[in-house]
Design a protein around this ligand. Sequence first.
Ligand SMILES: Cc1cc2nc3c(=O)[nH]c(=O)nc-3n(C[C@H](O)[C@H](O)[C@H](O)COP(=O)(O)OP(=O)(O)OC[C@H]3O[C@@H](n4cnc5c(N)ncnc54)[C@H](O)[C@@H]3O)c2cc1C
Length: 375
Amino acid sequence: MGRVMIIGGGVAGCAAALAMDKAGHDVAVYEAHPDSGADIGAFLTLAGNGMFALTQLGAAEPVADLAFPLTSLRLTAATGEEVATAPLNPGADRLTRYQCLRRADLGRALRSTVAARGIPVHHGARLAAVDEAPGRVTARFGDGRTAEADLLVGADGLGSTVRPLLDPAVVAPRYVGQRVFYGYTTKAAPPTAPARIDMIRGSTAAFGYAVSPDGETYWFARVTDERLTEDEIAHGTPTGWRDQLVPLLRRDTTAAADIVAATDQLMVTNAHDLPDVPRWHTDRVLIIGDAAHAASPATGQGASMALEDAVVLAKSFRDTGSTTEALTTYERLRRPRVAANIAASAQLSTGPSRPGSPPVDEDELHRQLDWATPL
Ligand SMILES: Cc1cc2nc3c(=O)[nH]c(=O)nc-3n(C[C@H](O)[C@H](O)[C@H](O)COP(=O)(O)OP(=O)(O)OC[C@H]3O[C@@H](n4cnc5c(N)ncnc54)[C@H](O)[C@@H]3O)c2cc1C
């Protein structure tokens, strides 16, 4: 294949850079942000499958170093009664356990691994246009720069520039009917246990929290409501969001309202998904991660899907004979996997609205992600 240009230095972009570099390609990353990736300031959980993908890319250790592990989940009803507890990914080792970390720390760990491999990352490079010609692809950036490669990978997220260049008729991301609030606090003392994530099936919100080993509570609340306008998000304040959320959560006898009331750092975003992107690639341009297939946040799998994409993409190039075959193989393997996650997440957000795809067989997935095994 030769030269690979990756647009976007977020989760998918950094992981694809590591994977394609490992497969022997000459990789460069172009990121719009002047000094890091885009960061909405929230935290995320990385599931065992995402961590396993990171082990294959040699990036699990730096991520685990900045995260704290989650080994069990407790589900509570709106009354505060425990409904169930379950182990998370039992038998996993330190690097393949569920992990919880700030988004900025995940970006930092991935970018430092990319830098340590000597992969160039060009910051402040916002892609504006793509010219595809037989045998090569040229990217044009907003500041007038251009770059050429044999393959362009669009890893530029939900608001992708590459996606409509592949198909101008592609539909915009869909609001799934929920606002997601996030926060951190050291001033709350909710019921907890080491390495446990608590999920509360509240009457007004799906609420989740985990307490880090140094006593900081990380929490989120998914609330069904109208989509927030850009203006509301831009002008909202942490105090204002907290004043909206606490009375809703007070209707239940759970720890949720007290956690939020004790929080000063609070953020909100609309939850979107992107289930139906018909065209993922041309001869020399491909989209991956949220640019191709975003799920709403409910299953907490979007970043892990992006990490899986990266490994399967590089193996598709490694194990097939041509770019066409590699891109076809990649799409054949990834479509059912991401469709199942998008459907599961949408079901948790809005109730069943589309036929669920059958889940992908775990052994088969492990085989696809294991670098030592042919696809
Ligand atoms: C509220 C919320 C909570 C979530 N929680 C979880 C969770 O707990 N677990 C989980 O696994 N997932 C979670 N997700 C999903 C996860 O964040 C995404 O699936 C993941 O970030 C996708 O990675 P990506 O690299 O495809 O996109 P992004 O992370 O959005 O990265 C895209 C990158 O491309 C850059 N870029 C954009 N346009 C251009 C351009 N024109 N030129 C150059 N660069 C460009 C951006 O600056 C950015 O750095 C959550 C999402 C949300 C919204």
